[in-house]
Design a protein around this ligand. Sequence first.
Ligand code: AMP
Ligand code: MG
Length: 259
Amino acid sequence: MKITSPIRLKDFDPDFHDGLDKDATREKTCKLCERIGELQHLLYANADRSVLIVLQGMDASGKDGTVRRVFDCVNPAGIEVTSFKAPSHEELAHDYLWRIHKAVPHYGNIGVFNRSHYEDVLVVRVLKLQPESVWRARYAQINAFEQHLAGNRVVVLKFFLHISKEEQAERFAARIKDPRKNWKFNPDDLKIRAHWDEFQKAYEEAINRCRTPEAPWHIVPADHKWYRDYVIARTVVKAMEGLKLKWPKPREDLSKVRI
Ligand code: AMP
Ligand code: MG
């Protein structure tokens, strides 16, 4: 759901799936994903703008799964995925948007941020990595940065993958139990989980302060992976179709060309 007025996260049900049927919805999602592939082709042919998709959410909310499923019909050459981890020494020696701006997709491409500059008002706030005066100033800076991108033909779509604390516990348990998922389990994730309520508050404020018409936030119910994929794919298709891209006209009269 696109956020256009102030919200409280507790009013949003992570389990919501609109009463839809799982298998039928998965089929629809497949078609939407194919459509994203076609639309990226058109974006590439025009090469005068890009689409930036920001994925945020608690651990195990499905950011990696979204990248895998929603963009699997896009030409690999047309997609730029960047996962933002704790900043390196070099990154810390620059302003926090430096690494972000460098990763903005080329015109013609779709970029996906798996985590983003929002970590600088989320984990940085909750774990007190910077004083409040520093992270609080960032909401306005982020809005100015995203407005700058939008004004330079970068379409920004932000998704908060909203899972429940119970669903996160189940997904962590599966990571511990299933040998194929063991590698995903990180004991540090439990330390972050212990701050669940503070993170929800930080997300709520980030969404409320940075929901601009140029760079809207969408809250995605994410307890059901199939519904999460459907909502994101549908939103991306709608935004890209809204660009009304056409195949570019030839630069010269092709009827006169002899090969
Ligand atoms: P994962 O996405 O599970 O691979 O984990 C990446 C980790 O990097 C998460 O714990 C994030 O909170 C952390 N991280 C990402 N960006 C920042 C940042 N700007 N400052 C501190 N930690 C960050
Ligand atoms: Mg993780």
